[in-house]
Design a protein around this ligand. Structure first.
Ligand SMILES: [Zn+2]
Ligand SMILES: [Zn+2]
Ligand SMILES: [Zn+2]
Length: 212
C-alpha cells in the first residue's frame, strides 16, 4: 500500500454543490421526506449518477477528508480550509433551499450547480464577498460612529455560529454521527466575533464565559 497516494481535490464548485446537497438531503431524511430527496450531482470524475456520498475520516497530517462517490467508487478529497472558506456560501444556499421548500418549490440539482459555480468563480461579485482581508474582529468596514448611533439595535448571530446551531440540531437527530460535534466546534471557532459593518458582538452562547 502506498501511503503517499493522495486522491485529487474536489473543485470549489463541486465542494459547494456537494455539501449543500449532502446537508439538505440529510435534513430531509431527518424530517422524514424520503420521496423528495434531492439527487446528488453527477460524479465529478466520471459523470456517473451518484446515489450516495460517503465522507471519510480526516487525515490529520494533511487536514483532508476523503469523499467517496457511490456506486462508482471514485475518491476525491476536500480540505478543511476549503470547507471553511465556502462555509458562508453553504449556509446561504441551504437557507435559500429551505425557504424554497417551505414555499413548496423543490430545487433542482442543475440550479444548485449553477449557483455554486457563480459563487466560486473569481471576479464574480458574489464569490469575492468572502475575501480574507476582513479577518475576525476587523473594524475595517465598520460604519462611522455617528451613523451607528442612529441604527436600531438588532441581535447579531454570525453565520458561523448560526451554522454551529444548525449542527446542534443535526447532532440530536443523528446521534450515530460521531463526526458532527467536531464540525460544530469548528464552526463556533470560525466566528468572526462582530458584525463587520456595525461592530455588534456575536450573541452566540459560545462566547460567554461558563457560569460559575
Ligand atoms: Zn465516478
Ligand atoms: Zn458560537
Ligand atoms: Zn459567534
Amino acid at each position: 500500500m502506498n501511503n503517499d497516494f493522495e486522491p485529487p481535490a474536489l473543485s470549489d464548485t463541486d465542494v459547494l454543490a456537494l455539501s449543500v446537497i449532502w446537508e439538505h438531503r440529510r435534513q430531509s431524511k431527518a424530517d422524514g421526506i424520503k420521496i423528495l430527496l434531492l439527487p446528488f450531482a453527477p460524479c465529478p470524475t466520471c459523470g456517473e449518477i451518484v446515489d450516495e456520498v460517503i465522507i471519510g475520516s480526516q487525515n490529520l497530517a494533511t487536514l483532508r477528508q476523503l469523499v467517496t462517490m457511490q456506486p462508482c467508487g471514485h475518491v476525491q478529497t476536500v480540505s478543511d480550509s476549503t470547507l471553511l472558506r465556502l462555509q458562508k456560501h453553504m449556509g446561504e444556499m441551504l437557507a435559500d433551499l429551505e425557504d424554497a421548500n417551505l414555499r413548496g418549490r423543490g430545487a433542482s440539482v442543475e440550479a444548485i450547480l449553477r449557483e455554486a459555480r457563480a459563487r466560486t468563480t473569481p471576479d464574480n461579485p458574489v464569490a469575492s464577498r468572502n475575501t480574507p482581508d476582513n479577518p475576525p474582529g476587523s473594524t475595517r468596514e465598520q460604519l462611522p460612529n455617528d451613523i451607528l448611533e442612529l441604527l436600531a439595535h438588532r441581535t447579531y448571530l454570525s453565520t458561523a455560529c448560526e451554522t454551529a446551531r444548525l449542527l446542534d440540531g443535526a447532532i440530536i437527530r443523528n446521534p450515530e454521527r460521531g463526526d458532527l460535534p467536531g464540525w460544530r466546534d469548528r464552526m463556533h471557532a470560525r466566528c468572526r466575533l462582530s458584525q463587520k459593518f456595525t461592530g455588534s458582538a456575536c450573541s452566540c452562547h459560545c462566547h460567554k464565559a461558563p457560569a460559575p
